[in-house]
Design a protein around this ligand. Sequence first.
Ligand SMILES: [Zn+2]
Length: 341
Amino acid sequence: MRFVVFFCLFCLFTIPGFSQRGPTAVARSGEGVHALLRRNGLAESRHFLQFLSLNRGRLTAGNGLMAGRTYRLPARGKSAAAAPKAPARASASSSASVLHAPIFGPKHSRVRVLDRSMRGAVYYLSPGHGGPDPGAVGKYGKHRLAEDEYAYDVTLRLARVLMEHGATVYMLIQDPNDGIRDEQFLKIDYDELTYPHQRIPLNQLARLRQRIAQANQLHARHKGAYQRLLSLHVDSRSQGQKIDVFFYHHANSAAGLRTARSIHRVFTNRYARAQPNRPYSGNVLPRSSLYEVRTSHAPAVFMELGNIHNSRDQPRFLLPDNRQALANWIYEGLRADFKGR
Ligand SMILES: [Zn+2]
């Protein structure tokens, strides 16, 4: 069943007719794809996927809309009998203040845009692993901890903060039903997809290739913009090894190095304040052999948030407040880098 859906979606993307100009509509404040389709007399069930494919590269994380932005509408099918409930007239909303991003889950899907300080910055967020591959799996008591679930939650939180400040964000991996979770133990599942709606292959190289191909395609579309790719991991070392947060960049990427250093600086300062007796030993290192770092057209930073097997590292990602703090610190580093560009 699932396979059929993906197959059809893939067909949509390859039908050349969809690149033609057609009707458009401007998203209103707080409006999601479904509401916009309804307002323009389009059936959600019939046109949702078509809408996504028509507007690839123009949606926010979780296929949300940017208020005030113009979107292309699918052509109404012959059998779509429903009359438009509202005229499909474009009307730009003046102060776009609320975004609707279902990917964050019902509790967090309304994103209030606090300011536009990150306007113009484009981020590709790549939480490690996902789909059939849970990544490293640790243990805490009787609980199994999957790297992909924790990396995903921190990444979602980061996406949300960035959107609150007007950045354009692509979640390269998306779980349709997890959202931001406030539990300590995150259920392991296998239904994550690659943006916008692709099944994740099991093979590691195919998996990475899929998401980077997507990111690089979008990168071309945002040509000239400040763009960064971030890959977040909670990796696996031997049990006794506690690791501080590490940052990797491409040896030849000055921009990637700058971004990594900028985030690292925030972590250094925050740790000095939070635990003055223990020096922070996380570092910025070149590691050009990492597939994402090597092949992303956007300068990339690969982060390791801790060792999933180490009991002193585990609270860093088991506690939801800590996951939020990680996201906030990364955001602060990204903001400083963007401002200083
Ligand atoms: Zn990993």
